[in-house]
Design a protein around this ligand. Structure first.
Ligand SMILES: Cc1cc2nc3c(=O)[nH]c(=O)nc-3n(C[C@H](O)[C@H](O)[C@H](O)COP(=O)(O)O)c2cc1C
Length: 262
């Protein structure tokens, strides 16, 4: 059976899951969604027996770039369609959100899975984990990937939450207000260690970073993925006033080259 797994990832957790699942479900292909131009609206045909999408949870929801990609994706109705979210403990209705988009386009998302991974957000407060906890999660995730791959090979229908509860809707609303007032791209800045090497601009999935004579500037099209912050080789990118001593994280199998695949 042929499988194709699309993924979005800023620090490598979802990339690792997508690549492992592609390997374990029939020598398939793991394709970063950043290889498809986000500014275009054309249909993308997924031609495989098994089609999957793997992505991180952002703010209890699905990243905008993933929602847009899924709305362009057309999946043969004979294909087994699944989604996997990687998260830091609260995945809200992220699977339900993509299921809704697939359904609108006539596709049935048959199975949804979630994997607890090291957290990479420091927005509003530090949500990253201790080294012990990161290693524990990475170890457990390998087992989870094996179990998910086994389900996929058996073409199992795996239940997942499809609707936000009332409490989740309120949570989402509060997060939305907090993030709006936080004004994310304006909170990013570079410290004296910046060499203007351009790594931040290369990893930015939206091409939203400009490196020029006067340093680094961020436009308004920020996904809040924090790729620039985590991948800066000098640890020169800061968020707000509290990021100085905070962790710069990426999955141990992810390289800078992986993150700049376009
Ligand atoms: C902007 C942002 C928001 C996030 N929001 C959540 C969240 O609501 N719940 C959660 O469990 N993890 C959240 N995370 C953590 C990521 O989902 C998690 O670390 C994920 O595995 C990262 O995957 P990646 O390395 O493929 O980018 C957030 C991360 C970022 C950057």
């Amino acid at each position: 059976m042929k499988s194709v797994i699309y993924y979005f990832s800023s620090t490598g957790n979802s990339m690792h899951v997508a690549r492992e699942l592609a390997k374990k479900t029939g020598n398939g292909n793991a394709i970063p969604i950043t290889t498809f131009d986000d500014n275009k609206n054309g249909v993308i045909e997924a031609d495989a027996d098994i089609v999957g999408i793997v992505f991180p949870v952002y703010l209890h929801d699905t990243p905008i770039i993933v929602k847009k990609f899924v709305s362009r994706l057309r999946v043969n109705d004979k294909s087994y369609l699944f989604a996997v979210v990687t998260h830091n403990g609260q995945f809200g209705n992220s699977l339900g959100a993509v299921e809704k988009i697939f359904r609108k386009n006539g596709s049935v998302l048959l199975s949804g899975f979630d994997i607890l991974m090291p957290g990479n957000s420091i927005i509003i407060r530090d949500y990253t984990n201790s080294e012990n906890e990161r290693n524990r999660r990475l170890r457990i995730s390998l087992d989870m990937i094996d179990r998910i791959a086994a389900s996929i090979i058996r073409l199992e229908k795996v239940h997942f939450v499809r609707k936000n509860s009332f409490v989740q809707k309120i949570q989402l609303f509060i997060i939305w207000i907090l993030v709006r007032s936080y004004r994310m791209p304006r909170k990013l800045w570079t410290n004296e260690k910046c060499t203007r090497c351009g790594t931040c601009a290369r990893v930015c999935p939206h091409g939203n970073i400009h490196v020029g004579e006067n340093g680094v500037t961020w436009g308004n099209n920020c996904l809040m993925c924090l790729g620039c912050y985590h991948w800066c080789p000098q640890k020169a990118i800061e968020l707000d006033t509290y990021s100085k001593e905070k962790l710069r994280y990426h999955h141990p199998d992810a390289t800078l080259a992986d993150m700049t695949l376009r």
